[in-house]
Structures are given as structure tokens and as C-alpha cells.
Write a protein that binds this ligand. Structure first.
Ligand code: NAD
Length: 426
């Protein structure tokens, strides 16, 4: 294949595809550009280890409910594997495989001494009582513990799991093996979690946005940003942008959306969302539906909720933005990505833009191993250094080789992992 600025082979399916499919296509494009041998491509495609466990849970009504739990360690050439645990009804083995591979590329791109992993249980945590959730987590931990460990595989929170779930995991693991705070990140601060972990992904998105804005000569103070999702990532990002004087004009969540051309009052929007459970019906704004959201004129469009939301079928031709910043994982389908490139709209890719959480997880792990506690300023400064270095590396590679930021990010990540595989031998 000739060196090209397109991210994916031309035969990509037009319809939205799952996260595993998106990650595979992006890997394939980078592997082609790097000229990796077929055997190395196979080595990097196949998961290193997969653990599937039966997780029986004694429920409140006396019945026993059976779940399946998965932990996939995609590649550990660069260090212990790292990645979240997701509790969501749509979780399946293929999705966990795809997310684990994304973590391999993300940790390599940020030059963290880790490989990639992911775990998950197909369950709606909202349907379980707290003690049922605790039993589920403890049983899953007990049955996957052989594959976990501070120097083997280190979980973290993901969709449907939080610091409390990580605290149960820590307790279950430590009960059998001695106190092991470094076995998990995203813990409560009182149990060895890091200051600044909560805001880390949103802050990382902000840092890459700022760098990209400078590179592409886009306005900053007074510029307009639209954010899909007002959870951990979107909520923190909105606050940080507001503090920077960027106008957050549109925000949506699962229940609705709001628009204010002059910029939303983000602190007031947080208070409203905390009180009512949604940004919808915020008084100082107009209501906005999903269709309208994607068509709001803005400088920065930030999907910070779901995968496969920018698609050929639904919206890509109508986006009225100057840059897309992927805070969510895999929000742009490959064909939509191509169209954005043809339209000259740069995309800051997910494995770069949303890597801040992984970076501060790494800081948490190093603090645990050394029994140290960093001040918040130290965390923020170190995060900034890591994110800026990664962005600059990606931007320079993209410029030198006339490829997109996404292809450049994959190129760097895949090359690093391939080099380590080669060095470690067989
Ligand atoms: P979250 O659960 O805290 O928030 C998700 C937000 O998206 C909520 O506001 C929810 O209402 C909203 N949402 C759900 N469905 C929606 C819809 N149809 N339309 C509009 N909004 C909708 O999740 P989060 O931690 O903020 O993660 C958001 C995204 O960022 C996910 O793709 C996640 O994989 C990715 N991500 C998160 C982190 C992290 O550290 N939290 C790190 C890397 C990537």
C-alpha cells in the first residue's frame, strides 16, 4: 500500500462498527505503513492471555445469579498490563478484546511502562443492590486474581465501575496476598488513590486541545466548544474550558441537551445536573436534541460519551466545527474519519486525547510502589509534561509523513510495541 494520508483501507464498511473492529482497522493501517512482517502483525493482534470466569452471586432474594466475567491481557511486552473493568449489559468478549488492544496502543503512545488489558462483566450495575455489587466484584476478583498483580495486570475503573468497586477489589486481593495497593488504580484517595485522578482524563483532553489549537492556529479564549456527555470526562472538561475562557455553547447527556450561544454558565450547569440528574431543562439555555447537537456551529466538537457517534449516515457531512477532539473511545467510525479528513477537519484521536486517566493511574501506581503521596500540583505538572510530549511527537510524525494525527499516533504506538516484542525474543 502506498504511503497515504488515509487512515484505513478503502474497503471499510460504511455502517458503524464495533470498537474492536475500529481498533483492528486502525492497527492494520499502521502495520501496513510500518511494513511489519505478517508474523509480527499476528503477534500484535492476538491477545496474550484471556481469562473467562463464571461469577455466581448470592442475591438478596436468596437466589443465585450467574454472570460471566472477562479479563483480556492484550499485550504485556512493555510492562504489566493495565486497563479498566467495565460493568455494562453490552459487554462481551469481543468488546473486551478491542478495548484491551486500545489500551496497549494508548500506554505505548504515552510511553508508560505498561501493556494493555481490559475486563468486564455483562451486567447493569444499577439493577444490583450495593451488597450484590460487592459480592459480584469480590467473586470476580477471587476468580481472576491469579492473572492480576502489581507487576502482572493492574485494573482500574471504567464504565459502570468506580473507586468503591476498586476498593473492594483491593480488599479481596490483599486479603489473600498481603496489602497490595498497587494492584489497582482509581482507588479512593484514603486507600492510596492519587490526587487528581478524578479530573485526569478531562484535564488531559484540555491539554491536547490547547496544543492542537496552537498547531492549527485556532482561536482559544472566546472560542466555542460543544461537548457530548457531562460525566467524569465531559463534566471536568467543561469546567476546565470555562475556566480558560472558552465558551462551552452546547452540552448533551443521556437525557437531553442545552444550548447557549454566549456560553453556558458551567458551574451553574453542574449544580443543576447534580440536583436534577441531567443537564436537560437548565434554565439559562435552549433545549437541544441529539440531531441539533451535531449541527451546532463551534470551533471544537468533543464527543465525550459513547462510541460510533460520528457516522456517515447520521451527521459527519453536517458537522459545523473546526476540530474534533475524541474524549470518548472510538467515537468516529472509520468511514466518517475519512470524510472528516477530506473535509479538512483535524481529529485529535482518542488514544492521545483521552489518555490522561491512564497517565495519572501510572502516577498512582508509582506512588503506591514507593509509599509516597504526591501533591496535586505535582500530579498536574507531570500530567501536562506527559500529554504535551505525546502530542508533540504525534504532531511531528504526522507532519513529517503527511498522515493524520490518528495514523501518526498508531504508528508511534505500534512501532514501540513491535520493537519491544522483537527485543524480548521468543
Ligand atoms: P460517565 O459515565 O461518567 O459519563 C458519560 C456521560 O455520557 C453521561 O453524562 C451520560 O449521561 C452521557 N451519555 C450517555 N449516553 C448519551 C447519549 N446517547 N447522548 C449524550 N450523552 C450521553 O463516563 P466517562 O467516564 O465520562 O466516560 C465517557 C467516555 O470517555 C467513554 O467513552 C469512556 O470510555 C471514555 N473514557 C473515559 C475515561 C475516564 O477516565 N473516565 C478515560 C478514557 C476514556
Amino acid at each position: 500500500m502506498p504511503e497515504t494520508s488515509l487512515d484505513v483501507p478503502s474497503d471499510v464498511p460504511a455502517q458503524p462498527i464495533d470498537i474492536g473492529g475500529i481498533a483492528r482497522l486502525q492497527f492494520d493501517a499502521a502495520a501496513e505503513l510500518l511494513g511489519l512482517s505478517d508474523s509480527m502483525q499476528d503477534q500484535l493482534r492476538m491477545p496474550f492471555r484471556e481469562v473467562a470466569v463464571h461469577v455466581p452471586v448470592l442475591m438478596g432474594d436468596g437466589s443465585v445469579r450467574s454472570f460471566m466475567g472477562y479479563r483480556v491481557q492484550h499485550n504485556g511486552a512493555r510492562g504489566p498490563t493495565k486497563g479498566g473493568i467495565r460493568y455494562h449489559p453490552d459487554v462481551d468478549r469481543e468488546e473486551v478484546q478491542g478495548l484491551a488492544a486500545l489500551m496497549t496502543w494508548k500506554t505505548a503512545l504515552l510511553d508508560l511502562p505498561y501493556g494493555g488489558a481490559k475486563g468486564g462483566i455483562p451486567v447493569d450495575p444499577g439493577e444490583l443492590q450495593r451488597f450484590e455489587l460487592e459480592r459480584l466484584t469480590r467473586k470476580f476478583t477471587e476468580r481472576t486474581a491469579l492473572a492480576l498483580g502489581p507487576y502482572r495486570d493492574i485494573p482500574a475503573p471504567d464504565m459502570g465501575t468506580d473507586a468503591q468497586v476498586m476498593a473492594w477489589l483491593l480488599d479481596e486481593y490483599s486479603g489473600k496476598r498481603g496489602y497490595s495497593p498497587a494492584v489497582v488504580t482509581g482507588k479512593p484517595v484514603s486507600l492510596g488513590g492519587s490526587l487528581g485522578r478524578d479530573e485526569a482524563t478531562g484535564r488531559g483532553v484540555l491539554i491536547t486541545m490547547q496544543e492542537a489549537a496552537r498547531d492549527y492556529s485556532l482561536p482559544w479564549e472566546g472560542a466555542r466548544a460543544s461537548i457530548q456527555g457531562f460525566g467524569n470526562v465531559g463534566g471536568h472538561l467543561a469546567t476546565l474550558l470555562h475556566e480558560q475562557g472558552v465558551r462551552v455553547v452546547a452540552v448533551t447527556d443521556a437525557w437531553g441537551g442545552v444550548l447557549n450561544e454566549d456560553g453556558l454558565d458551567v458551574p451553574a450547569l453542574h449544580e443543576h445536573a447534580d440536583r436534577s440528574g441531567s443537564v436537560a431543562e437548565f434554565p439559562e439555555a435552549e433545549p437541544l436534541n441529539d440531531y441539533g447537537f451535531w449541527r451546532v456551529p463551534c470551533d471544537y466538537l468533543v464527543p465525550a460519551a459513547l462510541g460510533s457517534v460520528i457516522t456517515k449516515e447520521d451527521n459527519v457531512a453536517d458537522l459545523d466545527c473546526r476540530m474534533v477532539v475524541e474524549a470518548a473511545n472510538a467515537p468516529t467510525t472509520p468511514i466518517a474519519d475519512k470524510i472528516l479528513e477530506e473535509r479538512g477537519i483535524p481529529v485529535v484521536p482518542d488514544i492521545l486525547a483521552n489518555a490522561g486517566g491512564a497517565v495519572v493511574s501510572y502516577f498512582e501506581w508509582t506512588q503506591n510502589l514507593q509509599q509516597l503521596r504526591w501533591e496535586i500540583e505535582a500530579v498536574r505538572e507531570a500530567l501536562k509534561k506527559k500529554m504535551v510530549a505525546a502530542y508533540r511527537n504525534v504532531a511531528e510524525t504526522a507532519r513529517e509523513r503527511t498522515i493524520s494525527l490518528r495514523t501518526a499516533a498508531y504508528l508511534i504506538a505500534v512501532e514501540r510495541v513491535a520493537e519491544t516484542e522483537e527485543l524480548r525474543g521468543h
